[in-house]
Ligand binder design. Structure first.
Ligand code: AMP
Length: 591
Protein backbone atom coordinates (compact mmCIF):
# COMPACT_ATOMS: atom_id res chain seq x y z
CA UNK A 1 0.00 0.00 0.00
CA UNK A 2 1.25 3.53 -0.78
CA UNK A 3 2.56 5.50 2.19
CA UNK A 4 -0.21 7.89 3.13
CA UNK A 5 0.24 11.60 3.37
CA UNK A 6 0.32 12.69 6.97
CA UNK A 7 -1.09 15.85 8.54
CA UNK A 8 1.62 17.03 10.92
CA UNK A 9 0.24 18.96 13.87
CA UNK A 10 1.57 22.39 14.58
CA UNK A 11 0.89 24.59 17.61
CA UNK A 12 -1.47 26.59 15.38
CA UNK A 13 -3.49 23.45 14.67
CA UNK A 14 -3.93 22.77 18.36
CA UNK A 15 -4.61 26.31 19.63
CA UNK A 16 -4.49 25.20 23.30
CA UNK A 17 -2.13 22.76 25.01
CA UNK A 18 -3.72 19.33 24.55
CA UNK A 19 -4.55 17.06 27.48
CA UNK A 20 -1.62 14.84 26.57
CA UNK A 21 1.23 15.03 24.14
CA UNK A 22 3.28 11.84 24.51
CA UNK A 23 1.15 8.92 23.36
CA UNK A 24 3.46 6.10 24.40
CA UNK A 25 4.23 7.60 27.79
CA UNK A 26 0.54 8.21 28.50
CA UNK A 27 -0.29 4.62 27.62
CA UNK A 28 2.36 3.38 30.03
CA UNK A 29 1.24 5.73 32.80
CA UNK A 30 -2.44 5.07 32.39
CA UNK A 31 -4.57 3.11 34.86
CA UNK A 32 -8.33 2.78 35.19
CA UNK A 33 -7.94 3.11 38.96
CA UNK A 34 -6.50 6.57 38.49
CA UNK A 35 -9.51 7.49 36.33
CA UNK A 36 -11.88 6.28 39.05
CA UNK A 37 -10.02 8.41 41.57
CA UNK A 38 -10.31 11.46 39.31
CA UNK A 39 -14.07 10.93 39.19
CA UNK A 40 -14.31 11.11 42.97
CA UNK A 41 -15.93 8.97 45.60
CA UNK A 42 -19.68 9.07 46.03
CA UNK A 43 -20.46 9.91 49.69
CA UNK A 44 -22.70 6.85 50.12
CA UNK A 45 -19.99 4.59 48.68
CA UNK A 46 -22.01 3.72 45.56
CA UNK A 47 -21.21 4.40 41.92
CA UNK A 48 -23.84 6.10 39.79
CA UNK A 49 -23.31 7.88 36.49
CA UNK A 50 -25.77 10.61 37.49
CA UNK A 51 -23.83 11.44 40.66
CA UNK A 52 -20.57 11.64 38.72
CA UNK A 53 -22.14 13.73 35.97
CA UNK A 54 -24.22 16.10 38.09
CA UNK A 55 -24.16 16.08 41.92
CA UNK A 56 -20.35 15.96 42.03
CA UNK A 57 -20.15 19.35 40.27
CA UNK A 58 -22.90 20.90 42.36
CA UNK A 59 -21.14 19.72 45.54
CA UNK A 60 -17.91 21.33 44.38
CA UNK A 61 -19.59 24.69 43.83
CA UNK A 62 -20.03 24.57 40.05
CA UNK A 63 -23.83 24.35 40.13
CA UNK A 64 -24.31 27.69 38.36
CA UNK A 65 -22.38 26.64 35.29
CA UNK A 66 -24.50 25.95 32.22
CA UNK A 67 -24.66 22.21 31.51
CA UNK A 68 -26.77 22.38 28.34
CA UNK A 69 -27.74 25.24 26.08
CA UNK A 70 -30.88 24.17 24.19
CA UNK A 71 -31.04 26.22 21.02
CA UNK A 72 -34.25 27.91 19.92
CA UNK A 73 -36.55 26.14 17.50
CA UNK A 74 -39.79 27.58 16.09
CA UNK A 75 -41.65 29.18 19.01
CA UNK A 76 -39.48 27.58 21.70
CA UNK A 77 -36.81 30.08 22.79
CA UNK A 78 -33.21 29.23 23.66
CA UNK A 79 -32.83 27.88 27.21
CA UNK A 80 -29.77 27.41 29.38
CA UNK A 81 -29.96 24.67 32.00
CA UNK A 82 -27.31 24.79 34.73
CA UNK A 83 -25.77 21.85 36.53
CA UNK A 84 -27.83 22.72 39.63
CA UNK A 85 -31.06 22.93 37.65
CA UNK A 86 -30.46 19.66 35.81
CA UNK A 87 -29.64 17.98 39.13
CA UNK A 88 -32.95 19.27 40.53
CA UNK A 89 -34.89 18.10 37.50
CA UNK A 90 -33.24 14.68 37.64
CA UNK A 91 -34.04 14.43 41.37
CA UNK A 92 -37.65 15.29 40.67
CA UNK A 93 -37.92 12.68 37.97
CA UNK A 94 -36.33 10.11 40.26
CA UNK A 95 -39.06 10.96 42.79
CA UNK A 96 -41.73 10.68 40.07
CA UNK A 97 -40.55 7.15 39.35
CA UNK A 98 -40.64 6.28 43.06
CA UNK A 99 -44.18 7.63 43.35
CA UNK A 100 -45.15 5.28 40.52
CA UNK A 101 -43.48 2.34 42.21
CA UNK A 102 -40.84 2.06 39.49
CA UNK A 103 -37.60 0.77 40.96
CA UNK A 104 -34.13 -0.50 40.50
CA UNK A 105 -33.56 -2.42 37.26
CA UNK A 106 -36.94 -1.38 35.79
CA UNK A 107 -36.70 -0.12 32.23
CA UNK A 108 -37.50 3.47 31.28
CA UNK A 109 -37.75 4.30 27.57
CA UNK A 110 -37.52 7.83 26.17
CA UNK A 111 -39.06 8.91 22.90
CA UNK A 112 -38.74 12.66 22.55
CA UNK A 113 -36.82 15.23 20.57
CA UNK A 114 -33.68 16.71 22.09
CA UNK A 115 -35.49 18.66 24.80
CA UNK A 116 -34.59 19.25 28.48
CA UNK A 117 -37.10 16.61 29.62
CA UNK A 118 -35.05 13.94 27.81
CA UNK A 119 -31.97 14.71 29.89
CA UNK A 120 -33.96 15.02 33.15
CA UNK A 121 -35.50 11.60 32.48
CA UNK A 122 -32.16 10.07 31.57
CA UNK A 123 -30.35 11.15 34.73
CA UNK A 124 -33.38 10.84 37.01
CA UNK A 125 -33.83 7.22 35.95
CA UNK A 126 -30.16 6.51 36.62
CA UNK A 127 -30.50 8.02 40.09
CA UNK A 128 -33.41 5.68 40.71
CA UNK A 129 -31.31 2.67 39.70
CA UNK A 130 -33.60 2.16 36.72
CA UNK A 131 -32.29 1.33 33.26
CA UNK A 132 -32.70 3.90 30.49
CA UNK A 133 -33.13 3.42 26.78
CA UNK A 134 -33.44 6.53 24.61
CA UNK A 135 -35.00 5.92 21.19
CA UNK A 136 -34.88 8.02 18.03
CA UNK A 137 -38.05 10.11 17.98
CA UNK A 138 -38.17 9.62 14.22
CA UNK A 139 -38.74 5.87 14.61
CA UNK A 140 -42.05 4.59 13.33
CA UNK A 141 -44.55 2.65 15.51
CA UNK A 142 -43.15 -0.79 14.78
CA UNK A 143 -39.49 -0.20 15.71
CA UNK A 144 -40.68 1.55 18.87
CA UNK A 145 -42.89 -1.38 19.88
CA UNK A 146 -40.20 -3.94 19.01
CA UNK A 147 -37.63 -2.24 21.23
CA UNK A 148 -40.03 -1.62 24.11
CA UNK A 149 -41.04 -5.26 24.07
CA UNK A 150 -37.49 -6.58 23.77
CA UNK A 151 -36.41 -4.36 26.64
CA UNK A 152 -39.55 -5.00 28.76
CA UNK A 153 -40.13 -1.24 28.99
CA UNK A 154 -42.19 -0.40 32.09
CA UNK A 155 -42.20 3.36 31.56
CA UNK A 156 -42.29 5.46 28.42
CA UNK A 157 -41.62 9.19 28.47
CA UNK A 158 -42.75 10.78 25.23
CA UNK A 159 -44.67 13.80 23.96
CA UNK A 160 -48.40 14.03 23.41
CA UNK A 161 -47.90 14.35 19.64
CA UNK A 162 -45.50 11.42 19.34
CA UNK A 163 -47.73 9.28 21.54
CA UNK A 164 -50.81 9.94 19.43
CA UNK A 165 -48.98 9.39 16.16
CA UNK A 166 -46.80 6.44 17.02
CA UNK A 167 -47.68 4.63 20.23
CA UNK A 168 -51.41 4.87 21.03
CA UNK A 169 -52.55 2.31 18.45
CA UNK A 170 -49.86 -0.15 19.51
CA UNK A 171 -50.15 0.17 23.25
CA UNK A 172 -52.12 -3.03 23.80
CA UNK A 173 -49.28 -4.87 22.08
CA UNK A 174 -46.83 -3.74 24.79
CA UNK A 175 -47.71 -5.93 27.78
CA UNK A 176 -44.87 -4.70 30.02
CA UNK A 177 -45.63 -1.01 29.59
CA UNK A 178 -47.26 0.26 32.81
CA UNK A 179 -46.86 4.03 32.68
CA UNK A 180 -46.81 6.52 29.82
CA UNK A 181 -45.74 10.05 30.78
CA UNK A 182 -46.49 12.76 28.27
CA UNK A 183 -44.67 16.03 27.79
CA UNK A 184 -47.15 18.54 26.37
CA UNK A 185 -45.67 19.90 23.17
CA UNK A 186 -47.70 23.06 23.44
CA UNK A 187 -46.19 23.59 26.90
CA UNK A 188 -49.53 23.02 28.65
CA UNK A 189 -51.01 20.02 30.47
CA UNK A 190 -51.86 16.81 28.61
CA UNK A 191 -55.11 14.94 29.07
CA UNK A 192 -54.97 11.74 27.02
CA UNK A 193 -56.68 8.77 28.73
CA UNK A 194 -54.42 6.18 30.38
CA UNK A 195 -51.43 8.49 30.34
CA UNK A 196 -49.81 10.75 32.93
CA UNK A 197 -48.84 14.38 32.61
CA UNK A 198 -45.05 14.63 32.87
CA UNK A 199 -45.12 18.34 33.68
CA UNK A 200 -47.71 18.02 36.45
CA UNK A 201 -45.92 15.10 38.08
CA UNK A 202 -42.59 16.91 37.94
CA UNK A 203 -44.15 19.98 39.52
CA UNK A 204 -45.42 17.98 42.49
CA UNK A 205 -42.19 16.03 43.01
CA UNK A 206 -39.69 17.07 45.69
CA UNK A 207 -36.40 18.69 44.66
CA UNK A 208 -34.16 16.33 46.58
CA UNK A 209 -33.63 12.60 46.44
CA UNK A 210 -31.30 9.96 47.80
CA UNK A 211 -29.63 8.07 44.97
CA UNK A 212 -30.52 4.38 44.94
CA UNK A 213 -27.33 2.54 45.89
CA UNK A 214 -25.84 1.21 42.66
CA UNK A 215 -22.45 -0.31 41.96
CA UNK A 216 -20.29 0.00 38.87
CA UNK A 217 -21.70 -3.32 37.64
CA UNK A 218 -25.37 -2.30 37.88
CA UNK A 219 -27.13 -2.06 34.53
CA UNK A 220 -27.59 1.60 33.55
CA UNK A 221 -28.26 1.95 29.82
CA UNK A 222 -29.73 -0.16 27.10
CA UNK A 223 -28.83 0.66 23.51
CA UNK A 224 -30.26 -1.13 20.54
CA UNK A 225 -28.08 -1.86 17.58
CA UNK A 226 -29.30 -3.29 14.33
CA UNK A 227 -28.34 -6.77 13.34
CA UNK A 228 -27.93 -7.38 9.64
CA UNK A 229 -31.16 -9.35 9.66
CA UNK A 230 -33.83 -10.11 12.20
CA UNK A 231 -34.54 -8.08 15.29
CA UNK A 232 -32.22 -5.47 16.84
CA UNK A 233 -29.89 -6.47 19.66
CA UNK A 234 -30.02 -4.75 23.03
CA UNK A 235 -26.52 -3.95 24.30
CA UNK A 236 -26.41 -3.69 28.08
CA UNK A 237 -24.16 -1.04 29.69
CA UNK A 238 -23.33 -0.46 33.35
CA UNK A 239 -22.71 2.53 35.63
CA UNK A 240 -18.98 1.81 35.65
CA UNK A 241 -18.88 2.81 31.96
CA UNK A 242 -18.52 6.43 33.05
CA UNK A 243 -14.79 5.88 33.55
CA UNK A 244 -14.43 5.25 29.81
CA UNK A 245 -16.55 8.28 28.96
CA UNK A 246 -14.42 10.52 31.12
CA UNK A 247 -11.08 9.13 29.88
CA UNK A 248 -12.06 9.27 26.22
CA UNK A 249 -13.51 12.76 26.59
CA UNK A 250 -10.06 13.70 27.75
CA UNK A 251 -7.97 11.84 25.19
CA UNK A 252 -10.08 11.62 22.04
CA UNK A 253 -12.10 14.85 22.32
CA UNK A 254 -9.51 16.85 24.25
CA UNK A 255 -12.20 18.39 26.47
CA UNK A 256 -11.00 21.35 28.54
CA UNK A 257 -12.99 23.05 31.35
CA UNK A 258 -13.84 26.17 29.31
CA UNK A 259 -14.93 24.38 26.17
CA UNK A 260 -18.20 24.98 24.46
CA UNK A 261 -18.88 21.56 23.08
CA UNK A 262 -21.30 20.37 20.43
CA UNK A 263 -22.00 16.70 19.79
CA UNK A 264 -24.45 16.56 16.91
CA UNK A 265 -25.65 12.99 17.56
CA UNK A 266 -29.14 12.20 18.83
CA UNK A 267 -29.27 10.25 22.13
CA UNK A 268 -31.24 7.57 20.21
CA UNK A 269 -27.80 6.53 18.99
CA UNK A 270 -25.20 5.52 21.56
CA UNK A 271 -22.99 8.48 20.54
CA UNK A 272 -25.67 10.97 21.55
CA UNK A 273 -25.85 9.43 25.03
CA UNK A 274 -22.20 8.60 25.72
CA UNK A 275 -20.84 11.81 24.17
CA UNK A 276 -23.88 14.06 23.81
CA UNK A 277 -24.81 13.72 27.48
CA UNK A 278 -22.55 11.71 29.78
CA UNK A 279 -18.96 12.60 28.77
CA UNK A 280 -19.36 16.40 28.65
CA UNK A 281 -21.16 16.42 32.01
CA UNK A 282 -18.46 14.25 33.57
CA UNK A 283 -16.03 16.95 32.46
CA UNK A 284 -18.23 19.70 33.85
CA UNK A 285 -18.39 21.60 30.57
CA UNK A 286 -21.14 23.37 28.64
CA UNK A 287 -22.75 21.64 25.67
CA UNK A 288 -24.93 22.89 22.88
CA UNK A 289 -28.04 20.86 22.09
CA UNK A 290 -29.70 21.59 18.78
CA UNK A 291 -33.26 20.25 18.66
CA UNK A 292 -33.35 20.74 14.89
CA UNK A 293 -32.26 18.42 12.07
CA UNK A 294 -29.26 18.86 9.78
CA UNK A 295 -29.16 22.05 7.80
CA UNK A 296 -25.84 23.32 6.46
CA UNK A 297 -26.64 27.02 6.93
CA UNK A 298 -27.95 26.50 10.45
CA UNK A 299 -24.95 24.39 11.44
CA UNK A 300 -22.40 26.93 10.23
CA UNK A 301 -24.44 29.57 12.05
CA UNK A 302 -24.26 27.55 15.30
CA UNK A 303 -20.51 26.96 15.03
CA UNK A 304 -20.00 30.67 14.45
CA UNK A 305 -22.47 32.41 16.73
CA UNK A 306 -22.33 30.04 19.70
CA UNK A 307 -18.53 29.98 19.63
CA UNK A 308 -18.29 26.18 19.58
CA UNK A 309 -14.75 25.05 20.46
CA UNK A 310 -14.99 21.25 20.25
CA UNK A 311 -17.27 19.68 17.68
CA UNK A 312 -18.05 15.96 17.50
CA UNK A 313 -19.97 14.94 14.41
CA UNK A 314 -20.29 12.20 11.80
CA UNK A 315 -18.98 11.54 8.28
CA UNK A 316 -22.43 11.76 6.75
CA UNK A 317 -22.87 15.29 8.12
CA UNK A 318 -19.40 16.25 6.92
CA UNK A 319 -20.15 14.90 3.46
CA UNK A 320 -23.39 16.88 3.39
CA UNK A 321 -21.50 20.02 4.36
CA UNK A 322 -18.99 19.29 1.61
CA UNK A 323 -21.89 18.87 -0.79
CA UNK A 324 -23.24 22.28 0.21
CA UNK A 325 -20.00 23.82 -1.08
CA UNK A 326 -17.02 25.62 0.43
CA UNK A 327 -18.58 29.10 0.01
CA UNK A 328 -21.23 28.29 2.62
CA UNK A 329 -18.49 27.34 5.09
CA UNK A 330 -16.31 30.30 4.29
CA UNK A 331 -19.14 32.82 4.61
CA UNK A 332 -18.48 32.82 8.37
CA UNK A 333 -15.52 32.61 10.71
CA UNK A 334 -14.99 30.11 13.53
CA UNK A 335 -12.37 31.69 15.75
CA UNK A 336 -13.25 29.54 18.79
CA UNK A 337 -13.32 26.20 17.01
CA UNK A 338 -10.18 24.23 17.90
CA UNK A 339 -10.95 20.51 17.66
CA UNK A 340 -13.16 18.52 15.31
CA UNK A 341 -13.83 14.80 15.67
CA UNK A 342 -15.98 12.35 13.75
CA UNK A 343 -17.36 8.86 14.30
CA UNK A 344 -19.76 6.32 12.91
CA UNK A 345 -18.41 5.45 9.52
CA UNK A 346 -15.14 5.53 7.68
CA UNK A 347 -14.01 9.10 7.23
CA UNK A 348 -12.64 9.48 3.75
CA UNK A 349 -9.26 11.22 3.45
CA UNK A 350 -11.03 13.83 1.29
CA UNK A 351 -13.15 14.78 4.29
CA UNK A 352 -10.16 15.10 6.63
CA UNK A 353 -8.49 17.44 4.15
CA UNK A 354 -11.71 19.32 3.55
CA UNK A 355 -11.75 20.20 7.25
CA UNK A 356 -8.19 21.42 7.08
CA UNK A 357 -8.68 23.43 3.92
CA UNK A 358 -12.15 24.81 4.59
CA UNK A 359 -12.38 25.23 8.36
CA UNK A 360 -8.66 25.41 9.02
CA UNK A 361 -8.71 22.25 11.17
CA UNK A 362 -8.27 18.61 10.21
CA UNK A 363 -11.02 16.21 11.27
CA UNK A 364 -10.06 13.58 13.84
CA UNK A 365 -11.70 10.29 12.99
CA UNK A 366 -12.36 7.86 15.79
CA UNK A 367 -13.77 4.37 16.01
CA UNK A 368 -16.10 2.57 18.36
CA UNK A 369 -19.43 0.79 18.36
CA UNK A 370 -22.52 0.35 20.51
CA UNK A 371 -20.96 -2.69 22.15
CA UNK A 372 -17.79 -0.88 23.22
CA UNK A 373 -19.82 1.91 24.86
CA UNK A 374 -17.09 4.47 24.24
CA UNK A 375 -14.31 5.51 21.87
CA UNK A 376 -11.60 2.86 21.53
CA UNK A 377 -9.38 3.97 18.64
CA UNK A 378 -8.84 7.59 17.76
CA UNK A 379 -6.83 10.27 16.08
CA UNK A 380 -5.94 12.39 19.08
CA UNK A 381 -4.29 15.79 19.40
CA UNK A 382 -1.15 14.00 20.61
CA UNK A 383 -0.06 12.65 17.25
CA UNK A 384 -0.12 13.30 13.52
CA UNK A 385 -3.14 12.32 11.47
CA UNK A 386 -2.90 9.88 8.63
CA UNK A 387 -6.02 10.83 6.68
CA UNK A 388 -8.19 7.76 6.12
CA UNK A 389 -6.99 6.04 9.29
CA UNK A 390 -9.07 5.67 12.45
CA UNK A 391 -6.00 6.44 14.57
CA UNK A 392 -4.49 4.46 17.42
CA UNK A 393 -5.92 2.70 20.49
CA UNK A 394 -6.48 5.10 23.36
CA UNK A 395 -4.65 4.78 26.67
CA UNK A 396 -6.35 1.96 28.58
CA UNK A 397 -7.39 0.16 25.40
CA UNK A 398 -5.54 -2.75 23.88
CA UNK A 399 -6.44 -3.52 20.29
CA UNK A 400 -5.20 -6.10 17.84
CA UNK A 401 -5.89 -7.72 14.52
CA UNK A 402 -6.98 -11.34 14.65
CA UNK A 403 -6.57 -13.81 11.81
CA UNK A 404 -8.20 -17.19 11.37
CA UNK A 405 -5.72 -19.97 10.65
CA UNK A 406 -6.48 -22.83 8.31
CA UNK A 407 -7.45 -25.14 11.20
CA UNK A 408 -10.05 -22.53 12.25
CA UNK A 409 -8.20 -21.27 15.33
CA UNK A 410 -7.59 -17.58 15.84
CA UNK A 411 -4.23 -15.92 16.10
CA UNK A 412 -3.15 -12.34 16.85
CA UNK A 413 -1.36 -10.86 13.85
CA UNK A 414 2.12 -9.63 14.68
CA UNK A 415 3.33 -8.27 11.35
CA UNK A 416 2.79 -4.70 10.19
CA UNK A 417 0.04 -4.25 7.63
CA UNK A 418 -1.62 -7.51 8.59
CA UNK A 419 -5.33 -7.51 7.89
CA UNK A 420 -7.88 -9.27 10.02
CA UNK A 421 -10.74 -8.84 12.45
CA UNK A 422 -10.34 -5.93 14.82
CA UNK A 423 -10.26 -7.22 18.39
CA UNK A 424 -10.09 -5.56 21.81
CA UNK A 425 -8.77 -7.04 25.01
CA UNK A 426 -11.46 -7.29 27.67
CA UNK A 427 -11.21 -4.96 30.62
CA UNK A 428 -12.24 -1.48 29.54
CA UNK A 429 -15.06 -0.25 31.80
CA UNK A 430 -17.70 0.51 29.14
CA UNK A 431 -17.60 -2.93 27.52
CA UNK A 432 -21.16 -4.16 27.03
CA UNK A 433 -22.07 -6.78 29.62
CA UNK A 434 -24.72 -8.65 27.64
CA UNK A 435 -26.97 -8.74 24.65
CA UNK A 436 -30.33 -8.61 26.33
CA UNK A 437 -31.85 -12.12 26.48
CA UNK A 438 -29.20 -13.54 24.17
CA UNK A 439 -26.34 -15.04 26.12
CA UNK A 440 -25.28 -17.31 23.22
CA UNK A 441 -24.80 -14.43 20.86
CA UNK A 442 -22.89 -12.51 23.49
CA UNK A 443 -20.52 -15.40 24.15
CA UNK A 444 -19.86 -15.78 20.43
CA UNK A 445 -18.35 -12.26 20.40
CA UNK A 446 -15.42 -13.35 22.55
CA UNK A 447 -12.40 -15.53 21.97
CA UNK A 448 -10.59 -15.95 25.27
CA UNK A 449 -9.64 -12.52 26.51
CA UNK A 450 -10.51 -10.82 23.26
CA UNK A 451 -13.72 -9.21 22.09
CA UNK A 452 -14.17 -9.65 18.34
CA UNK A 453 -15.70 -6.54 16.84
CA UNK A 454 -17.00 -7.86 13.51
CA UNK A 455 -14.98 -5.18 11.67
CA UNK A 456 -12.01 -5.87 9.42
CA UNK A 457 -9.01 -3.63 9.81
CA UNK A 458 -5.33 -3.27 9.02
CA UNK A 459 -2.71 -2.07 11.50
CA UNK A 460 0.29 -0.32 9.98
CA UNK A 461 3.86 -0.27 11.24
CA UNK A 462 3.18 2.88 13.31
CA UNK A 463 0.24 1.25 15.07
CA UNK A 464 -2.47 3.18 13.17
CA UNK A 465 -5.62 1.22 12.35
CA UNK A 466 -7.28 1.38 8.93
CA UNK A 467 -10.86 0.34 8.47
CA UNK A 468 -11.52 -2.20 5.74
CA UNK A 469 -15.20 -2.96 6.27
CA UNK A 470 -17.73 -4.87 8.29
CA UNK A 471 -16.99 -8.58 7.96
CA UNK A 472 -20.45 -8.89 6.40
CA UNK A 473 -19.69 -6.22 3.76
CA UNK A 474 -16.28 -7.34 2.54
CA UNK A 475 -16.14 -8.32 -1.11
CA UNK A 476 -14.26 -11.32 -2.46
CA UNK A 477 -13.53 -10.83 -6.14
CA UNK A 478 -11.29 -13.13 -8.18
CA UNK A 479 -9.23 -14.01 -5.13
CA UNK A 480 -8.94 -10.40 -3.88
CA UNK A 481 -10.42 -9.29 -0.59
CA UNK A 482 -11.83 -5.84 -1.20
CA UNK A 483 -13.04 -3.45 1.46
CA UNK A 484 -15.90 -1.24 0.24
CA UNK A 485 -14.39 1.78 1.98
CA UNK A 486 -11.27 1.96 -0.18
CA UNK A 487 -13.39 1.86 -3.35
CA UNK A 488 -15.83 4.44 -1.97
CA UNK A 489 -12.98 6.75 -0.98
CA UNK A 490 -11.43 6.55 -4.44
CA UNK A 491 -14.76 7.40 -6.06
CA UNK A 492 -15.25 10.32 -3.70
CA UNK A 493 -12.02 11.85 -4.89
CA UNK A 494 -13.83 12.62 -8.14
CA UNK A 495 -15.43 16.07 -7.97
CA UNK A 496 -18.80 14.76 -9.18
CA UNK A 497 -19.24 12.23 -6.37
CA UNK A 498 -20.93 13.24 -3.12
CA UNK A 499 -21.42 9.78 -1.61
CA UNK A 500 -20.68 6.23 -2.64
CA UNK A 501 -21.84 2.83 -1.42
CA UNK A 502 -20.09 -0.26 -2.72
CA UNK A 503 -21.25 -3.89 -2.68
CA UNK A 504 -20.17 -7.27 -4.01
CA UNK A 505 -22.50 -8.70 -6.62
CA UNK A 506 -22.41 -12.47 -7.19
CA UNK A 507 -20.63 -13.39 -10.40
CA UNK A 508 -20.15 -16.90 -11.82
CA UNK A 509 -16.51 -16.26 -12.78
CA UNK A 510 -15.07 -13.89 -10.19
CA UNK A 511 -17.20 -14.98 -7.24
CA UNK A 512 -18.24 -11.39 -6.75
CA UNK A 513 -17.77 -8.23 -8.76
CA UNK A 514 -17.68 -4.74 -7.31
CA UNK A 515 -20.71 -2.55 -7.92
CA UNK A 516 -20.86 1.07 -6.80
CA UNK A 517 -23.88 3.28 -6.15
CA UNK A 518 -23.11 6.97 -6.20
CA UNK A 519 -24.96 10.19 -5.47
CA UNK A 520 -23.71 13.33 -7.18
CA UNK A 521 -22.66 16.77 -6.04
CA UNK A 522 -24.60 19.87 -7.03
CA UNK A 523 -24.02 20.82 -10.67
CA UNK A 524 -23.46 17.24 -11.97
CA UNK A 525 -25.99 15.19 -13.90
CA UNK A 526 -26.05 11.39 -14.15
CA UNK A 527 -25.36 10.04 -17.64
CA UNK A 528 -23.38 7.57 -19.69
CA UNK A 529 -20.42 9.90 -20.19
CA UNK A 530 -20.05 10.52 -16.45
CA UNK A 531 -20.48 6.81 -15.70
CA UNK A 532 -17.61 5.94 -18.04
CA UNK A 533 -15.50 8.74 -16.61
CA UNK A 534 -16.05 7.44 -13.06
CA UNK A 535 -15.25 3.86 -14.10
CA UNK A 536 -12.01 5.12 -15.67
CA UNK A 537 -11.17 7.26 -12.63
CA UNK A 538 -11.68 4.31 -10.27
CA UNK A 539 -9.64 1.97 -12.48
CA UNK A 540 -6.72 4.37 -12.63
CA UNK A 541 -6.79 4.84 -8.85
CA UNK A 542 -7.45 1.26 -7.76
CA UNK A 543 -6.43 -1.04 -10.62
CA UNK A 544 -8.74 -3.26 -12.60
CA UNK A 545 -8.98 -5.97 -9.93
CA UNK A 546 -10.44 -3.69 -7.28
CA UNK A 547 -12.25 -0.99 -9.30
CA UNK A 548 -16.01 -1.30 -9.71
CA UNK A 549 -17.26 -3.05 -12.82
CA UNK A 550 -20.63 -1.34 -12.55
CA UNK A 551 -21.71 2.09 -11.39
CA UNK A 552 -25.30 3.16 -10.78
CA UNK A 553 -26.50 6.67 -9.93
CA UNK A 554 -28.90 7.26 -7.02
CA UNK A 555 -30.22 10.58 -5.78
CA UNK A 556 -29.79 9.43 -2.14
CA UNK A 557 -28.15 6.36 -0.66
CA UNK A 558 -30.06 4.45 2.05
CA UNK A 559 -28.76 5.43 5.47
CA UNK A 560 -29.43 4.55 9.08
CA UNK A 561 -30.70 7.24 11.42
CA UNK A 562 -27.17 7.55 12.75
CA UNK A 563 -25.95 8.24 9.23
CA UNK A 564 -24.36 4.98 8.13
CA UNK A 565 -24.73 3.93 4.50
CA UNK A 566 -26.67 0.65 4.53
CA UNK A 567 -24.62 -1.43 2.11
CA UNK A 568 -26.50 -4.59 2.92
CA UNK A 569 -29.72 -2.85 1.84
CA UNK A 570 -28.15 -1.74 -1.43
CA UNK A 571 -27.17 -5.36 -1.94
CA UNK A 572 -30.55 -6.82 -0.99
CA UNK A 573 -32.29 -4.41 -3.37
CA UNK A 574 -29.85 -5.13 -6.16
CA UNK A 575 -30.33 -8.87 -5.80
CA UNK A 576 -34.05 -8.77 -5.04
CA UNK A 577 -33.51 -10.37 -1.61
CA UNK A 578 -35.46 -9.72 1.61
CA UNK A 579 -34.40 -6.40 3.12
CA UNK A 580 -34.04 -7.75 6.69
CA UNK A 581 -34.35 -5.33 9.59
CA UNK A 582 -34.96 -1.85 8.19
CA UNK A 583 -36.19 -0.26 11.41
CA UNK A 584 -33.24 2.12 11.54
CA UNK A 585 -33.53 3.16 7.89
CA UNK A 586 -33.62 6.94 7.66
CA UNK A 587 -36.18 7.25 4.90
CA UNK A 588 -39.39 5.29 4.84
CA UNK A 589 -39.50 4.24 8.49
CA UNK A 590 -40.17 7.69 9.88
CA UNK A 591 -43.54 8.98 10.93
P1 AMP B 1 -22.88 1.49 15.90
O1 AMP B 1 -22.81 0.43 16.91
O2 AMP B 1 -24.23 1.67 15.29
O3 AMP B 1 -22.34 2.79 16.39
O4 AMP B 1 -21.95 1.03 14.68
C1 AMP B 1 -20.62 0.65 14.90
C2 AMP B 1 -19.96 0.35 13.58
O5 AMP B 1 -19.83 1.55 12.79
C3 AMP B 1 -18.55 -0.15 13.74
O6 AMP B 1 -18.49 -1.52 14.06
C4 AMP B 1 -17.97 0.17 12.37
O7 AMP B 1 -18.35 -0.80 11.43
C5 AMP B 1 -18.64 1.50 12.05
N1 AMP B 1 -17.76 2.60 12.45
C6 AMP B 1 -17.85 3.39 13.53
N2 AMP B 1 -16.87 4.32 13.54
C7 AMP B 1 -16.13 4.10 12.45
C8 AMP B 1 -14.96 4.72 11.90
N3 AMP B 1 -14.38 5.76 12.47
N4 AMP B 1 -14.46 4.21 10.75
C9 AMP B 1 -15.05 3.15 10.16
N5 AMP B 1 -16.16 2.54 10.62
C10 AMP B 1 -16.69 3.00 11.76
Amino acid sequence: MDPSPVIHKTAADLRVAPNFSDYEAERRRFSWDAVSRALGVQPDGGLNIAWQALDRHVASGAGDKVAFRFLALDEVPQRDVTYAELTRLANRFCNVLRELGVGRGDRVFILTGRIPELYATLFGSLKNGSVVSPLFSAFGPEPIATRLNLGAGAVLVTTDTLFTRKVAAWRDRMPDLKHVLLVGEGGGPTCIPDTLDFGAMMQRAPDACEITPTTGEDMALLHFTSGTTGTPKGAVHVHGAAATHWATGRYALDLHPDDLYWCTADPGWVTGTSYGAVAPLLHGITSIVDPSEFDAERWYGILHSQGVSVWYTAPTAIRMLMKAGAEAAKARSYPHLRFIASVGEPLNPEAVWWGKNTLGLPIHDNWWQTETGGIMIANTPAFDIKPGSMGRPLPGVEASVVQRKEDGTLELAETPDAEGELALRRGWPSMFRAYLNDETRYRKCFAGDWYLTGDLARRDADGYYWFIGRLDDVIKSAGHLIGPFEVESALMEHPAVAEAGVIGKPDPVAGEVVKAFVSLNKGFEPGEALRLELLGHARSRLGAAVAPKEIAFQAELPRTRSGKIMRRLLKARELGLPEGDTSTLETGSGS
